[in-house]
Ligand binder design. Structure first.
Ligand SMILES: C[S@@+](CC[C@H](N)C(=O)[O-])C[C@H]1O[C@@H](n2cnc3c(N)ncnc32)[C@H](O)[C@@H]1O
Length: 163
């Protein structure tokens, strides 16, 4: 069976929100194109935020983008393709380099990435925190975001991809 396109079965919801410390270290950002509804947001990531109801894929992106995308395979790929075309931003992604998304979209276009040393404690819609059963990577597009990753001090392995 070809497993390369499978999503992680432990990801049963899109609602795993980024902890504030990551935005504090890597920000500021201009746009969060895949944001929770306003009443569920634990804090403001960027001055412009588009929700599922807005459909962040249907807008023109601007500035430096923070992207912790929905996990469903089709949406995930479309968000990553849009980020690759936009070319200025950082994404927080599931550590799954054997799938086609990484091979066809991310590795050919991103500047750099960090394999995070620790499991991220995401924020859930009820305000609790939890770590899903997968590791995470941070991926940078554009020179400025590459610099932000490189200088972040976030524990893990920094890897240059396309410099
Ligand atoms: C993994 S959460 C991350 C939320 C936020 N960006 C963060 O970093 O904390 C992904 C979010 O994307 C939203 N979403 C799903 N489809 C979307 C779409 N087409 N356009 C914008 N947001 C969408 C989900 O409702 C969910 O809140």
């Amino acid at each position: 069976m070809d497993t390369r396109q499978q999503t992680n079965p432990s990801v049963s919801s899109d609602e795993w929100y980024t902890p504030r410390w990551i935005i504090d270290v890597l920000g500021p950002f201009d746009l969060d194109p895949c944001a929770p509804p306003e009443d569920r947001r634990p804090f403001t990531i960027a001055p412009t935020a588009w929700t599922k109801a807005d459909d962040g894929l249907s807008h023109d992106w601007h500035g430096t983008v923070w992207m912790n995308p929905p996990y469903s395979r089709v949406l995930l790929r479309r968000f990553c393709e849009k980020m690759a075309t936009h070319g200025d931003g950082i994404a927080l992604l599931v550590n799954r380099q054997d799938n086609l998304l990484w091979q066809e979209v991310i590795f050919p276009t991103a500047k750099s990435m960090i394999f995070m040393r620790h499991r991220v404690k995401f924020i859930r819609p009820d305000g609790s925190t939890g770590s899903p059963f997968f590791g995470s990577c941070l991926v940078a597009w554009g020179d400025d975001c590459d610099r932000r990753l490189h200088q972040s001090g976030i524990e893990g392995k920094y890897v240059a991809l396309n410099k």
